[in-house]
Design a binder for this molecule. Structure first.
Ligand code: SF4
Ligand code: SF4
Length: 426
């Protein structure tokens, strides 16, 4: 298998196809801390793309409750188990080594365990491109089992490191959180690697991963290989389907778009204002271009406040998450890798620029390609984690693909006080 560079793992890894990167990449940032689990995103997607016969159990976007929830049921526990087994059979105890490469090539250090591709190559004899499993039909049937079920009670001493000094707060003893999921339009997609018909492809213009419905024969190798379980089989047509990243909107062909790229339906519908989606420029070697005024690049590469989900799988997903503050760190480390502590420290005491960029979530349906900040007065100061922290009422401005201003707002929200005659009195 050719070697490709995976910046999320900080090393080269084996992948069935040689390096080839799009000019721009569909990417998104979800702020888990803000999600209210309303499922508006799931319904926006379903009512747009998967409302037909044979698609009843098909949720391209879903929101599951961690630690117990999963769609299909227990998908991540199963895949992590397979990867653990493969590593242990090879005598490897996977670990993250502190950074040895440059910030650009290895921002989180390097991972020395096998990925799902390397684990498949190590099988004797190697018969598949990625390890995985095909979920049983009933595992797709109920998308939200364990919704709102917490990891409850006071844990036994030693559980997830909760007793350690410094790990007491902000982690809660009883906790859960919502995990928003859709296809990550991965840089090294397992679905593409596994398809024997080469029916799945990554578009060179925006990195969106699509299944050619004419070429697909429904072998379900993609369903087996995708570690995130985001390709799904449709029994009525006998072919597989997956998230199409609302590509007509990304191409600026939605009647409302005025010719510029718009965010997907699930992003645009989110009342919790947790989602921001964009298109990031990619250099020919696959690294994200140095474009710190793009809000997605700023949060992922400059501030490193948003992290990939299960980077150890090796697909280099292009969805990134601001981790939840109240969850035990060991759980988050397993899920988002070693960048968790720094990301949470930055989120708890955001820089002046980050606080401004966080205001831009869900302020427009158009994709923000560039932001600018106009400095305003200091309006608040306090201490966070023993260090002084100040808040400024800066103005943040977002621009569309054509460089036109599409949003402008202040960091400090205005307070509207009703006049006494209009006060509610019950
Ligand atoms: S998340 Fe799964 S379906 Fe989506 S691109 Fe990655 S491997 Fe393919
Ligand atoms: S619409 Fe937004 S707030 Fe509601 S569940 Fe989806 S991501 Fe969470």
């Amino acid at each position: 298998m050719p070697d490709v560079h995976n910046w999320q793992l900080g090393r080269t890894m084996s992948y069935p196809y040689p390096e080839s990167h799009p000019e721009r990449q569909f990417a998104f940032v979800f702020n888990i801390n803000r999600c209210i689990g309303c499922q508006t995103c799931s319904m926006a997607c379903k009512s747009t793309w998967t409302f037909s016969k044979g698609q009843e159990s098909m949720w391209w976007n879903n929101v599951e409750t961690k630690p117990y929830g999963g769609y299909p049921r227990h998908w991540d526990v199963r895949v992590l188990g397979l990867l653990d087994e493969a590593n242990s059979n090879a005598g490897i105890k996977p670990n993250w080594q502190p950074g040895t490469g440059t910030e650009r090539e290895a921002p989180y250090g390097s991972y020395d365990g096998m990925t799902i591709f390397e684990a498949a190559a190590a099988e004797a004899p190697p018969v598949r491109q990625a390890i995985g499993y095909l979920p049983a039909q009933d595992e797709w049937a109920a998308p939200n089992v364990f919704e709102d079920v917490p990891r409850a009670g006071r844990p036994a001493p030693g559980f997830l490191g909760l007793e350690q000094a410094g790990a007491q707060l902000p982690e809660h003893v009883a906790w859960f959180f919502y995990l928003q999921r859709l296809c990550n339009h991965c840089t090294y997609p397992a679905c593409v690697a596994a398809c024997p018909r080469q029916a799945i492809y990554k578009r060179p213009e925006d990195g969106i991963v699509l299944i050619d419905q004419e070429r697909c024969r429904g072998y379900r190798k993609c369903v087996e290989a995708c570690p995130y379980k985001k390709t799904m089989y449709r029994p009525t047509t006998r072919v597989s389907e997956k998230c199409v990243a609302c590509y007509p909107r990304i191409e600026g062909r939605d009647p409302l778009s005025d010719g510029v790229p718009m965010e997907t339906r699930c992003m645009a519908a989110c009342p919790g204002k947790i989602r921001m989606q964009g298109l990031v420029s990619v250099d020919p070697d696959g690294s994200w271009a140095d474009d710190p005024q793009n809000p997605i690049t700023f949060m992922v590469r400059t501030e490193k406040v948003a992290l990939p989900l299960y980077p150890q799988f090796g697909t280099e997903p292009n969805g990134f998450y601001i981790p939840p503050r109240w969850v035990p760190r060991d759980y988050l480390h397993q899920m988002f890798g070693p960048g968790v502590d720094d990301a949470l420290a930055r989120y708890r005491a955001p820089s002046r620029e980050l606080l401004a960029v966080l205001q831009l979530f869900r302020t427009t349906q158009k994709i923000i390609f560039r932001f600018e900040i106009e400095e305003g007065p200091k309006v608040f100061e306090t201490e966070i984690d023993g260090k002084p922290w100040s808040m400024y009422d800066d103005t943040v401005i977002g621009f569309d693909q054509k460089g036109r201003e599409i949003v402008r707002l202040n960091v400090e929200e205005p307070i509207h006080q009703r006049p006494a005659p209009r006060m509610n009195s019950i």
